[in-house]
Design a protein around this ligand. Structure first.
Ligand code: GTP
Ligand code: MG
Length: 457
């Protein structure tokens, strides 16, 4: 576990820049007397009362005036004594205020240190702390709603219920193993099998809700690639609904990598436009092509844009052999977007008899809405966000591993009647799930998680 440290930490909690109000926040286990007396010229503050004060420097000069709020432990966000100073939101005034706090013995808080202390003091579990950071970063209403659900603990409650079920199963199995003199037929124990199966089905259900939620958080990255002039930049513009990229009949127009973030029913879609892939002597274009390949490697989905008037090859591998030569063992999603159907006469939509091919006209905006729906469907996002909670990659990994372990245990039981192996799988599955709420998480990982939060949170 991370060490609970006793310093008083201080940070500007409001976003940098100009604002009506600027907040400095302090937290520490020690009493905050130095701050009451030296900063506010008061012997004490009543907890949970707003007090209008002058904030003073070491000479007694007024730095600012505002509201001071005091929360005594454990009734605060961090579970420690917390002082919040609400002054005016200017950079100089807030910098002076924070410098004064440091003079009085506080140290500057690391990013996420308030949340870290709240976690260490059991004010919230790890998934809830992460949900606060995700709420701050949410890019859509749906994402924000799901983050609130996780922050309020709905996700954690489900995870804890799964952990409880695992514990019960472990007790059952391990108690049976502990009496080796009795011949135990695990398979004959219908209750055990039934409970295992019910657990698998519940794990699957939570995993699928978490997967949907994680799409609201991270969305997907789609990279548009293809030969010059096929209409990649036109497609980026059609998807984004604005003229973000330059479109021109000259082949080799786009040389840099261009990114646009679009929301599809709350799911962020990061669309990346790239330079047309071709052999070239031009140094700048060559660099563009090199960068395009780098983007391809990182994408969740690669959209090969092709000109419908030129391509009638049904097989993806034949249309784009270079890709399959570079990445012979792909498990990446690749699809073809057949563009310019206003000139070829194809109907918009999925093309029958062709491998993962969708026909559109980017210029005339035919089939583009259908393409976005197809994208959502292909990642399993149904646009419904009732009951979703914002989940992170690490939550999905843990749920996935727990599910695999339980399935493996079940298999061991069915083929070999091996109770010991089942017990071990269940133990590891429990550890995986406990890692989500932070009951079983390494210091190193905790450090990494909290350091990605913003300062003052
Ligand atoms: N008729 C028709 N023309 C299109 C369509 N989409 C794009 N074009 C035209 O094709 C030309 C190239 O379009 P771009 O979007 O610049 O193509 P690109 O693939 O980004 O090209 P590079 O950046 O050079 O690799 C432009 O003249 C577009 O107007 C379409 O759906 N129908
Ligand atoms: Mg272009």
């Amino acid at each position: 576990m991370l060490k609970n440290d006793t310093d008083v930490i201080a940070a500007i909690a409001t976003a940098p820049g100009r604002g009506g109000v600027g907040v400095v926040r302090l937290s520490g286990m020690v009493d905050l007397n130095a701050f009451f007396v030296g900063l506010l010229a008061r012997p004490a503050l009543s907890p949970r009362c707003a007090t209008f004060c002058s904030f003073l420097d070491d000479q007694g000069e007024v730095i600012d005036q505002g509201i001071a709020l005091y929360f005594s432990n454990p009734h605060s966000f961090t579970g420690e004594n917390v002082l919040e100073l609400q002054g005016h939101g200017g950079m100089v005034v807030l910098d002076r205020l924070i410098a004064r706090c440091v003079e009085l013995g506080a140290r500057l808080a690391r990013p996420g240190e308030f949340s870290e202390r709240a976690f260490l003091n059991d004010k919230m579990d790890l998934a809830q702390a992460e949900a606060i950071a995700d709420l701050i970063d949410a890019s859509s209403i749906q994402g924000a709603r799901s983050a609130v659900r996780s922050m309020q603990g709905e996700f954690s409650v489900l995870i804890c219920a799964l952990v409880e079920r695992l514990i019960e199963l472990r007790i059952h199995v391990e108690a049976a193993i502990d009496f080796p003199e009795e011949e135990i037929d695990f398979l004959a124990d219908e209750r055990l099998l039934k409970n295992l199966q019910a657990l698998v089905s519940d794990l699957r259900n939570v995993l699928s809700r978490a997967q949907q939620g994680s799409l609201l958080r991270d969305g997907m990255t789609v990279v548009l690639v293809g030969k010059p002039n096929v209409g990649k930049s036109s497609l980026l513009n059609a998807l984004a609904g604005n003229e973000a990229a330059i479109v021109n009949p000259t082949a080799g127009t786009t040389r840099d990598v261009l990114r646009e973030r679009i929301l599809l029913d709350g799911m962020p879609l990061n669309v990346v436009d790239t330079a047309g892939l071709r052999e070239t002597e031009d140094e700048v274009e060559l660099e563009g092509v090199r960068r395009a390949w780098l983007e391809i490697e990182k994408a969740d989905l690669v959209m090969l844009v092709a000109d419908a008037t030129e391509t009638d090859e049904p097989d993806l591998r034949a249309i784009w052999p270079e890709y399959f030569e570079r990445f012979p063992h792909v498990d990446q999603s690749v699809m073809v977007v057949l563009n310019k159907i206003d000139r070829s006469g194809h109907s918009p939509g999925l093309v029958e008899g062709r491998d993962r091919t969708f026909a559109i006209s980017a210029k005339e905006k035919i089939g583009v809405a259908g393409l976005t729906q197809y994208l959502q469907r292909s990642v399993g996002f149904n646009g419904q966000c009732e009951g979703l909670f914002l989940a992170r990659r690490r939550h999905l990994d843990a749920l996935q591993k727990a599910l695999e372990l339980v399935l493996e245990g079940n298999r061991q039981l069915e083929i070999a009647g091996a109770g010991e192996l089942l017990a071990e799988d269940l133990r590891q599955a429990q550890q995986q799930l406990a890692g989500i709420t932070g009951q079983f998480t390494s210091d190193d990982l905790l450090g990494r998680i909290f350091s990605s939060f913003c300062i003052g949170k």
